[in-house]
Design a binder for this molecule. Structure first.
Ligand SMILES: [Mg+2]
Length: 240
């Protein structure tokens, strides 16, 4: 189903505004925030610990924009990677550690190599936080899933990151088709369960010849990764 440009633009502006609204509180615990602000926050607080200006969105939104600019290059995954590297080259106030490491080489396999260098431990949210860009770019169904896997894997190749992104983009698609959040989540979990992310990453040349160990490591933990995403999604739905 084709989602109108207006609707996608609204989603882009909404996520950017929400990111800017939360900039002053990111990386803080509820207890630390209560101490800092003397109770619950009831109005907007400008700025951030990283020096973003009041009203400015953080790296989350900047990477969504960079990904969309990457698509505009019409040069496939290489175009996305180049746009992300260009963004990192502007020395933004905040670049996640794994993202920085992955983008250093400028190779499609940079994300896999950064994950391997972390001994298959690093699984931050840098892929998930920008992955709405694949849906915003107009992809749907199987191609959306494929783009979700590949674009996440450019910087965050842990199966937990990849499958969280696959869930999230499928959820966005189901929501845009008018599903309730619960029904959309179930549909998105079904998409996640049917996805063979490792094959998609291989097809996109994200596993290089040197990355045989990473390919095996991915296979060993992907089942547990899917289960972890499912558990978190159910916990999130239960909390609403
Ligand atoms: Mg951020």
């Amino acid at each position: 189903m084709n989602v109108s440009t207006d609707r996608r633009l609204m989603a882009l502006l909404s996520l950017t505004a929400a990111d800017a609204l939360g900039a002053a509180t990111e990386f803080s615990t509820p207890a630390a925030l209560e101490q800092k602000f003397g109770g619950r926050l009831r109005s907007y607080v400008g700025g951030s610990v990283f020096g973003f200006a009041p009203g400015e969105a953080t790296d989350d939104s900047q990477m969504v924009a960079a990904t969309l600019l990457g698509y505009a290059r019409q040069d496939g995954l290489g175009g996305i990677l180049a746009a992300l590297c260009d963004w990192a080259g502007t020395h933004p106030p905040d670049v996640g550690a794994l993202t920085r490491s992955a983008l250093t080489s400028g190779r499609l396999s940079g994300g896999v190599e950064a994950w391997a260098a972390s001994h298959y431990q690093s699984a931050g949210n840098g892929g998930l936080m920008r992955i709405a860009a694949t849906w915003l770019a107009g992809y749907s169904a199987a191609v959306l899933t494929q783009q979700s896997v590949l674009v996440t894997g450019l910087t965050h190749a842990d199966p937990r990151c990849i499958y969280a992104s696959v869930f999230f983009t499928a959820w966005l698609e189901a929501l845009s088709q008018g599903e309730t959040p619960e029904a959309a989540a179930q549909a998105a979990l079904d998409v996640m369960d049917r996805t063979e992310a490792r094959s998609i990453l291989l097809g996109g040349s994200l596993f290089g010849i040197e990355d045989r160990a990473a390919f095996a490591a991915f296979g060993e933990i992907e089942r547990a990764a899917r289960a972890e995403v499912r558990r978190r999604v159910h916990a999130g739905l239960g909390a609403t």
